[in-house]
Design a protein around this ligand. Structure first.
Ligand code: NAD
Length: 513
């Protein structure tokens, strides 16, 4: 408790925290609606937050609009310099922020620190990017004409984020959008607002030190209602939303109805294919980490393994041995590998899914209990489950955001396994374990995996920030983070310049005046 108190103090978290921030200023501390935030690790009340009203949201958007007028005129590399300073501050606060991520969300400390490291990495990436926001130049068909394209800032980028990556996903969007010349309004998950408030404190220091205008980086603490206001708001040209497919469909529909742009990062149902040519030791490590890491609460968590007949029993036996000895406990304890689920609703979803899949004919091989006793008083600790199942079962087709691993058998050619892997509605992450080039290339081919991420001899979970991150089908189609994902944060403009004294008309049209 002493350690947590120090962390909260260092990050500016008070007993009662304000509802919104327009960059430099905080607001709405005396609002009527508040939310208490309890740690899923030990059930202790960490702090209380005030929830923003529609009026608060309005205040934030107006301030952001005003800031955009200044920010868009700052040269991109100078915007990059601000992001560099944000990265430096994050380095200073890495330990404290990592601990708060772990304590508020429940992921183990190493993952909390890893999440902050991702934020630092995306800052570095964005700094480099700030000198590379380039378009193409094209040869014109007309003499003494030049054509080229430019990328210009969009305006306000709304970021709606999920509880499981409470800060990293925001930074993937915000740091790129910032160097692109946009201003950002962030609505974090109502389940993890404290880490967002901590980030805003860090940003405020950078804004103040650089005498930047109010409203470049903004925060609104609220639930789905605020997210819904943002989705309908024509002053927000791009809404980047991370969360469930259910939420993404609503946001996508609202943004689409006003012909805005949305970047959707939604649920996954990720599979690892293990062929007869797999290195089973490697596969085992990847499967266990992918299935139980973050207690199965990553969008890229491994939910299905599709295993060849010839190695099925051997792999199953090895997995059961490892699952029997998983260190489950307080996420800040360095020996823990599996922390708690976020809340009791998540525990209910876990137990219901296990019941339903068994009714459909699945066999629960291990796990599925809710732990109790002195170290597990919160009722949020569960034992990760393995279920033998078939791909077409309704529960296997769904993403249950908890540690359930479905074991699916295949025989014959690798194409049979690929068909099963693709046979779900979601399309985020996928992987194959095989040392046979014919199998791995088939998996990566145009008739192979239909996911946004397809890996060979490395699991489904996690991703490097250098690549574009996102998935197809019900995962929403969005891409963020590395590669050329920055383009969605900008508007593209094609320019034609005539440096002759003639005025040729297009299509050879003669139009005498
Ligand atoms: P969620 O859908 O319950 O909430 C996500 C965010 O959306 C929250 O901020 C919430 O307040 C907001 N929201 C909910 N309904 C809304 C609406 N109608 N309009 C606007 N905003 C609304 O998701 P969660 O439980 O926080 O997160 C878990 C889900 O997120 C899983 O499905 C997981 O796969 C997904 N996820 C996806 C990625 C990815 O990159 N693809 C990353 C992390 C999490």
């Amino acid at each position: 408790q002493q350690e947590i108190a120090t962390v909260l103090k260092q990050l500016g978290i008070k007993e009662s925290n304000p509802a919104y921030s327009t960059g430099l200023k905080w607001g709405g501390s005396n609002n009527k609606t508040t939310r208490d935030i309890y740690s899923p690790a030990d059930g202790n009340l960490i702090a209380t937050v005030n929830m923003a009203t529609a009026k608060d949201y309005e205040q934030v958007i107006t301030t952001a609009q005003e800031a955009f007028k200044t920010w868009r005129k700052v040269p991109a590399p100078k915007r990059g310099e601000i992001v560099r300073q944000v990265g430096e501050k994050l380095r200073e606060h890495k330990e404290a922020l990592g601990k708060l991520v772990s304590y508020e969300m429940g992921k183990i400390l190493q993952e909390g620190l890893g999440e902050v490291q991702e934020m630092i990495d995306i800052c570095d990436f964005a700094v480099g990017l700030s000198r590379q926001l380039h378009g193409f130049t094209m040869h014109s068909e007309r003499p003494q004409h030049r054509m080229y394209e430019q990328y210009h800032p969009l305006g306000i980028v709304g970021v709606i984020s999920a509880f499981n990556f409470p800060v990293a996903v925001w930074s993937w969007n915000a740091m790129l959008a910032a160097v692109c010349g946009d201003v950002i309004v962030w609505k974090p998950s109502e389940k993890t607002p404290l880490t967002a408030i901590a980030c805003q404190h860090i940003l405020r220091e950078v804004l103040a030190e650089n005498e930047l205008p109010e409203g470049i980086f903004n925060l609104v603490i609220g639930d789905a209602e605020i997210g819904s206001l943002m989705s309908k708001d024509t002053r927000v040209p791009l809404v980047s939303a991370t969360g469930s497919t259910r939420m993404g469909k609503k946001v996508g529909e609202a943004v689409g109805a006003r012909l805005g742009r949305s970047l959707l990062e939604l649920g996954g149902n990720n599979a690892i294919i293990v062929t007869e040519n797999a290195d089973l030791e490697m596969a085992l490590r990847a499967i266990v980490f992918g299935a139980v890491g973050t207690c199965g609460q990553r969008c890229t968590s491994t939910r299905r393994i599709i295993v060849h007949d010839t190695v099925y029993d051997q792999l199953k036996e090895r997995l059961l041995k490892v699952y029997d000895n998983l260190p489950i406990g307080h996420p800040l304890d360095s020996t823990t590998l599996v922390g708690p689920l976020i809340d009791k609703d998540a525990v209910n979803a876990f137990t219901n899914a296990l019941q339903e899949v068994q009714q459909e004919g699945g066999t629960l091989l291990i796990g599925g209990e809710i732990l109790s006793g002195e170290n597990y008083k919160t009722g949020t600790y569960v034992t990760p489950a393995i279920v033998e199942a078939e791909n077409h079962f309704e529960m296997v087709q769904e993403e249950t955001f908890a540690p359930i691993l479905y074991l699916i058998r295949y025989s014959g050619d690798v194409e049979n396994a690929i068909e099963l892997q693709n046979g779900v509605k979601q399309g985020l992450s996928s992987s194959i374990f095989s040392t046979n080039l014919l199998e791995t290339e088939a998996f990566l081919s145009h008739w192979g995996s239909d996911c946004g991420i397809a890996n060979v001899n490395i699991g489904t979970s996690g991703a490097e920030i250098g690549g574009a991150f996102g998935g197809e089908k019900d995962t929403g189609g969005g891409r963020e983070s590395g590669s050329d994902a920055w383009r969605i944060y900008m508007r593209r403009q094609t320019n034609t310049i005539n440096y002759s004294r003639e005025m040729p008309l297009a299509q050879g049209i003669k139009f005498d005046i």
